[in-house]
Design a protein around this ligand. Sequence first.
Ligand SMILES: Cc1ncc(COP(=O)(O)O)c(C=O)c1O
Ligand SMILES: N[C@@H](CCCC[NH3+])C(=O)O
Length: 443
Amino acid sequence: MCVLQQDQTRPETPSAAEPWSATTRFHPYAATGGVPLMDVAERYGTPAYVVDEADLRGRCRAFRAALPDADILYAAKAFLCRAMATWIREEGLGLDVCSGGELAIARSVGFPAERIVFHGNAKTPHELLEAVEYGVGRIVVDNLAEIPRLAVLVPPGRRQKVLLRVIPDIEAGAHAAIRTGGEGQKFGLSIASGDAAAAVTRVLRQPELELVGLHCHLGSQIFAAEPYEQAARVMVEQLALVRDTYGIVLPQLDLGGGQGIAYLGTEHGLTPGGYARTVVKAMEERCAALGLPVPRLTIEPGRSISGPAGLTLYRVIAVKRTLTRTFVAVDGGMSDNPRPSLYGARYTARLIGRRSTAPARQVTLVGHHCEAGDVIAESVPLPADVRPGDVVAVPATGAYHYSMASTYNLTGRPPVIAVADGAARVVVRREEIDDLLRRDVGL
Ligand SMILES: Cc1ncc(COP(=O)(O)O)c(C=O)c1O
Ligand SMILES: N[C@@H](CCCC[NH3+])C(=O)O
């Protein structure tokens, strides 16, 4: 156990624009969920992912409160482990899974099958079979070939509910690699090319499948509500087209996820309330104009539930002052956070564990990997006396960090430590070199 030390001066409670989780405090020492972060670093080692359970549960509840009549599915790709699947189950949300692996975690905690939606642009026949066998509530069809492939897997006497993922042709999202609402990317069925209409026809011809609605997902890290407003309108128009063509009123509309979060103190995420007001109004207005009943809404937030609840602890290994800048090198990097290298994502960091009176200097926080692009955060203000042995915390790392971590340079992936009510527990243990060696069977 470490001695509880004073930390850098900062306000008692993070303001709304601060990217730290709801229970994170810095006075008299840095703590999350009532657990001193230096205790976590010393007991479990670094790097370590820390998850603030109360923050995460609070975000689930905020979505449910904002949209009491909708199905809120947590997008598992953002962060999933057995503990997370259990929290999501307990909070009454559903789960969006997009692989056999994510489904296996859900199954392992007895996640209710009917609350699961199965996604993927290239689901293997085996994955489809697993989804059907577990009895997942809905499968989202992403391409034409999948329709007969899925139909033959449905046991006699059963019908599998499906949604069709269509491309609304709306561009939104923080980076080209995470925009999925426009033509020219791999997800969904194009309205413009006629594939979406062909898919409706083909699903309706398969007695084993029950078409219950349409789906779209615009992209990720979207800060404005307007693209969702546009998507709600376009999608309701597609529901009206199905009604006009086939005389069928589809009861569901799934608008995917993508709600943006703050990574830096200067950003403001899209709140569940702001999102809900805009989307519900657009749906209701367009449905009234087209004489359609308002469909049951499903949404799939991932990052906005788990992202702000996480932080990563690193130990400083070296400080290098060059002619142009100061590098603070830590014991993690692009293997536990690939987002700066993939999307140019920006982060901030904070020294914890000791009080420094040194003035703040802009530094570049870098990892220990054998790549010049292994940068965790550019232009971070850290005390000028930052030195080897110090611990730094990086906020907003709860989504797409653990789930996208690699073992580059044969680095074991960090543990996930859940903190709540003054207690810390390991929910995913650290990956040791023995784990890596075990897979490598040699000659
Ligand atoms: C189909 C689908 N739903 C939901 C999500 C979750 O997105 P986010 O984590 O940005 O909310 C994604 C990922 O972008 C997705 O592909
Ligand atoms: N991996 C992306 C989000 C992609 C979401 C899945 N379609 C990120 O880290 O921002």
